[in-house]
Design a protein around this ligand. Structure first.
Ligand code: ADP
Ligand code: ZN
Ligand code: MG
Length: 641
């Protein structure tokens, strides 16, 4: 079935999903930050400047300066590039070869005037006339002083306050690079109390992770035989299905330290900090091996580098590159295993999924009815229940719920009981809790109502029965109406009996028939069709079109390819482009032929399912009851009806 509302899927699990035991990531300490040191510094610098640069010399207009020379008041002039300084008397013996500093000493009881000169070739003549001692003064003697004043002092002051700032930001004795140090929670050995028994309803994922635990416990067993231990395992599944919980359980079972960090925490405001953090995390982890590094919400850093905003995100990209480098950099025998979790595997950079990185993927899916009951039991363990409570009935009434929702239900029921002043949680509390949680989830359209559930059951049964009676269709491995993975409301899993590289025309028609089976079953049973089949319809149409345009299977253009498939972009995620090599008229023929073939196949399927109404009904009923029917049970059911 087709995706319902992908938006739900994109949501990150809210704080509601957090278990009380979840470590809390400390945030950097910015409190006690104060503006005072900076103000003091500014005042200090300006006072010093004012004293030294603009001392109490009288600045006069150039004309007045010349008047003072003419009137004989100025006896001595120091000529500098940007100003002239005149002195009233001459305490030291005049000696143009040894000019005095333009800065008179404190003892000098001289009057000082300063002026900014204008170009005046007759100025020296005037000085000669009046017998004024004059000398050009280079400020070399004061250069060192002025460098100190203008450069070193401000830098020193800034450095001083920089240090104070750093200390404030990173706690006592820290340095600014502490920003790059990771905030990963290190849980020491033995501290992880979560075990596999605390996780239910995700048996397939657990089975695969049992192996990971064994890698960590007995690495020698695998390396002795020459086997390679996987470096990275990616947990993939909708929010709240227990990915974080599973990662913790792996560490608990293996009794190794566990570093947990969320992808979002790597990406900081400053470019390069995320990368530094990754480096640091792996350094720590290598020291502690064997251990587990768990990167939660990997999509925050692992988004495909090709996608996203124009110009990309430097910080994220650097962080991702560093992660790739680190993953390639350690030896699989070192006992370091990286677990990561994501609910957006579709956006991950393909580089992350290459061999030697996250080459193992474990799907953590929504639990079925049995799994839901088991999860409810785990969470109800610490809650006093009275005899009226039937957890299997609660499980039955919560299709589509994930572990976090179920934990929430148990908690709500307990709260309701407390509010009502009861000593034990009763059936009524659970019903009310389910309603409450459903109301909350309905806004996010994650809940399936009973009527929808019936439609889904018949739809999936339609696929399965069509597959069972269509020659050339792959055998049915599993049918389920538990909302699956990425947006599907249910699915029918067919597994071919052997590996196939070419597909015959008959098999292609069988694929189309099975795809149309879902909608046909809806029409037969309910007399109307739903949007649930839209993905099936897309795929069926696509197959027919390709049969005509690429595989040369149409009657008019038999054995002729009408389109050419161009190479995909390197990395293969981009859709290969198609080159059209036909006329408008042919285009019309293709459209008409697609419509005709689909109509013919749909009639065939309608007829087939019409004749197998019993099987359809039996399977749908079984699905409504048990939600999942495996291949063997399916075969038995088909034979019986
Ligand atoms: P995810 O990381 O997949 O979003 P979490 O592991 O954070 O989900 O799950 C949130 C909480 O929901 C867990 O701490 C646990 O209490 C409960 N939970 C989720 N899935 C399961 C499960 N399969 N079995 C038991 N409890 C579960
Ligand atoms: Zn379908
Ligand atoms: Mg999580």
């Amino acid at each position: 079935m087709a995706p319902r509302k992908p938006s739900v899927w994109n949501k990150k699990p809210g704080p509601g999903n957090k278990k009380p035991g979840d470590p809390i990531i400390p945030s950097p300490n910015f409190r006690q930050f104060s503006i005072w040191p900076i103000l003091v510094a500014l005042v200090f610098i300006s006072v010093v400047n004012w004293f030294l640069v603009s001392s109490d010399r009288t600045v006069v207009p150039y004309s007045r300066f010349k008047d003072l020379i003419r009137s004989g008041e100025i006896k001595r002039v120091a000529i500098e590039a940007s100003f002239y300084t005149g002195f009233s008397e001459n305490p030291a013996p005049p000696s143009p070869e040894q000019p005095r500093s333009p800065f008179p000493s404190v003892n000098d009881q001289v009057k000082v005037w300063r002026t900014v000169p204008v170009p005046d070739p007759d100025f020296t003549k005037l000085l000669e006339e009046k017998g004024v001692v004059y000398a050009a003064v280079s400020r070399e003697g004061n250069a060192a002083f002025s460098i100190i004043l203008n450069w070193i002092l401000p830098i020193a002051v800034m450095y001083f306050f920089w240090r104070i700032l750093q200390k404030r930001m990173s706690g006592a004795g820290g340095n600014v690079l502490a920003l790059g140090q990771n905030k990963a929670i290190i849980v020491a050995e033995g501290d992880v109390t979560t075990r596999f028994v605390d996780v239910a309803g995700v048996d397939e994922a657990k089975e695969e992770l049992v192996e990971v635990v064994d890698f960590l416990k007995n690495p020698k067993k695998y390396t002795d035989i020459g086997g390679k231990i996987p470096k990275g395992v990616l947990l993939v599944g909708p929010p709240g299905t227990g990915k974080t919980l599973l990662a913790r359980a792996v560490a608990g079972e293996a009794e190794v330290p566990y570093f947990r960090m969320s992808g979002a925490e790597f990406v900081e405001m400053f470019v390069g900090v995320g990368a530094a953090r990754v480096r640091d995390l792996f350094k720590q982890a290598r020291d502690k091996a064997p251990c587990i590094v768990f990167i939660d919400e990997l999509d925050a850093i692992g988004k495909s580098r090709a996608s996203g905003a124009i110009g990309g995100n430097d910080e994220r990209e650097q962080t991702l590159n560093q992660l790739l480098v680190e993953m390639d950099g350690f030896d699989a025998t070192s006992g370091l295993i990286i677990l990561a979790a994501t609910n957006r595997p579709d956006v991950l950079d393909p580089a992350l999924l290459r061999p030697g990185r996250f080459d193992r993927q474990v799907v953590v899916d929504r639990p079925d009815i049995v799994g839901r009951e088991a999860i409810l039991r785990i969470h109800a363990k610490n809650v006093k229940l009275d005899d009226s409570v039937d957890l299997s009935a609660v499980a039955r009434s919560t299709p589509g719920f994930v572990g976090a929702d179920l934990a929430n239900i148990v908690n709500e029921a307990a709260l309701l009981a407390v509010r009502a002043g009861r000593k034990k949680v009763g059936d009524a509390d659970f019903n009310a809790a389910v309603e409450k949680v459903i109301a909350g989830l309905e806004k996010k359209s994650r809940v399936i109502n009973p009527e929808e559930k019936r439609v889904i059951a018949f739809h999936e049964a339609g696929h399965a029965v069509a597959a069972a009676f269509t020659p050339g269709a792959d055998p049915v491995h599993k049918v389920t109406i538990v909302p699956r993975g990425f947006g599907a409301l249910g699915f029918t899993l067919q597994i071919p009996t052997e590996d196939r590289y070419i597909v015959t025309e008959t098999e292609l028609f069988a694929q189309i028939d099975v795809l149309l089976g879902g909608r046909a079953a809806e029409e037969i049973t309910f007399g109307k069709v739903s949007t649930g089949a839209s993905n099936d319809i897309t795929r069926a149409t696509d197959t027919v079109r390709r049969m005509i345009t690429e595989y040369g299977m149409s009657s008019r253009f038999r054995n002729m390819a009408l389109t050419k498939r161009g190479g995909g972009v390197m990395g293969g995620t981009q859709e290969a482009f198609l080159t059209r090599e036909y006329s408008e008229e042919t285009q019309r023929y293709i459209d008409e032929e697609v419509a005709r073939v689909i109509a013919v196949r749909y009639e065939v399927v309608l007829k087939l399912l019409g004749e197998r109404k019993n099987a359809l009904k039996a399977l749908a009923t079984e699905l409504l009851e048990r939600e999942t029917v495996d291949g063997k049970a399916f075969k038995a059911l088909i034979l019986a009806s």
